[in-house]
Design a protein around this ligand. Structure first.
Ligand code: ZN
Length: 277
């Protein structure tokens, strides 16, 4: 069976404990939630950190605590920091890259979000990509719109990343790209034309989470993404009990498609990362 990288986005900027008490907010909660997800089959963790009042934070000290806990309790797991997210000062979004996580998310263009413009101007994108290259951090390119694929291509041409980036299509953010299967097909066609060596995955927001996982697996994606950042429910009337529960749903989807969860070692190989220390 071909392995698939299960990425778990444990926290994000938006869901609060009042929305779902299972959302991990303190570094200790985040490490514990990641460990459960790791045991359930996740090989990559996507991390945002929060201040004590749950507002989004860029504090490298918080990122460091989560990174340290994951390294200790989840051997080999790929650590990916977010450089995006709402409510953060743009100038501070790359502050934690000095900690050299394995990967960091990188949005290559701007897009409308539910209540804000998610601004990723060309200068900021270049700055973040330059800092990632300087610290040996592999980017995961976040595609919120078709033009963002071309934004990624420009970074390759500028020598800021190699020709085999890992790309994630994000579908179902309100005011941005709708979660429609034919749109995933169009995006994937364009990615294969513009960056034929790229590996890819897709994220569906809210009730689209499992739907997008299915569409991605149907098209042979290298990975899938789940987690409470994107979706806090397992059904219309039941909240997810943990990130691990969402990972188990992803694992079941893999099974239906004749795939299995990649081990951390396999995931590293697939995404062009060095083996863990
Ligand atoms: Zn995120």
């Amino acid at each position: 069976m071909t392995p698939a990288v299960i990425a778990v986005a444990i926290t994000g900027s938006v869901p609060r404990k009042k929305d779902n008490p299972a959302v991990p907010v303190t570094p200790a909660e985040q490490v514990e939630s990641t460990h459960q997800a790791y045991e359930a089959g996740a090989s990559l963790v996507h991390i945002h950190v929060r201040n004590p009042d749950e507002s989004p934070s860029s504090d490298p000290a918080l990122f460091a605590r989560v990174q340290e806990g994951v390294l200790k309790h989840c051997p080999g797991m790929i650590v990916q920091f977010s450089t995006g997210g709402r409510g953060r000062d743009p100038a501070s979004r790359g502050n934690a890259l000095v900690l050299r996580p394995d990967m960091a998310s990188l949005s290559t263009g701007s897009v409308n979000f539910p209540a804000i413009v998610y601004e990723n101007g060309a200068a900021l994108v270049t700055d973040l990509a330059t800092r990632m290259a300087a610290h040996g951090v592999r980017p995961e390119i976040e595609i919120f719109d078709l033009s963002h694929i071309h934004g990624a291509r420009r970074l390759v041409e500028a020598g800021l990343m190699d020709e085999r980036p890992h790309v994630q299509f994000v579908m179902g953010v309100r005011n941005a790209m709708p979660a429609e299967e034919h749109l995933l097909a169009i995006l994937l066609g364009e990615l294969r034309r513009v960056l034929p060596k790229a590996t890819w995955t897709a994220a569906g927001i809210g009730a689209n989470q499992m739907r997008v996982i299915e569409w991605a697996l149907r098209r042979g994606a290298d990975g899938v993404r789940t987690g409470l950042e994107d979706n806090i429910r397992v059904s219309r009337d039941r909240l997810a009990s943990s990130n691990a529960e969402l990972v188990r749903l992803a694992t079941a989807a893999l099974d239906r498609h004749g795939r299995r969860a990649a081990t951390p070692m396999e995931a590293r190989r697939m995404l062009g990362l060095a083996a863990a220390d």
